[in-house]
Design a protein around this ligand. Sequence first.
Ligand SMILES: [Zn+2]
Length: 181
Amino acid sequence: MKCIKCNRIKQTSQVGPFPGPLCNSCFVKLIEKRVRKDVRVHKRLKPNSKIRVIDDGSQTAAVTIFLTKRIANEIRSEVIVDFDAECDILVIPWNLDQEVEMQLQKMFAKNPKECKKKEVKLLKTVSKEEILHFAKLKGFEGKKTKSYNKEIAELLLDLEKDHPEIKYSLLKSFEKLGLSL
Ligand SMILES: [Zn+2]
């Protein structure tokens, strides 16, 4: 099939909110571009810093580590993949699905728990399906990332049938309301 980005006939797939099929290299590039934009706009990573990434063995962590290292390289920052090391910035494996589920749970809960200290969710704009595909294309190992809230995850899956972009638009709304940082 023809890739909507580079127009070449290649092996393509339709994963995520893109308006048509993408070849493997365009998919990887567009995900990275989205993550970089989010990092830049929100100033999530700083130059000359020590960045610690938590590895929980998930696919989300594998992709988080890969992209954090690529970005850190360019801003002269050091990346440590560890649980206990000292750091300036802490990056956690956390994706779009988990963020949206958490925000919805907070809205439904009578006494929502306040967010803890600030942690960088590098893949907050990337869905679990996109992470699965990205990890597969890059040959990354890792267990499937767990849902934050299984019931809400199932509800979202149902809603996605008629509204494929619902998670992305919900995240935008949460950001506008200042709920999702
Ligand atoms: Zn392409």
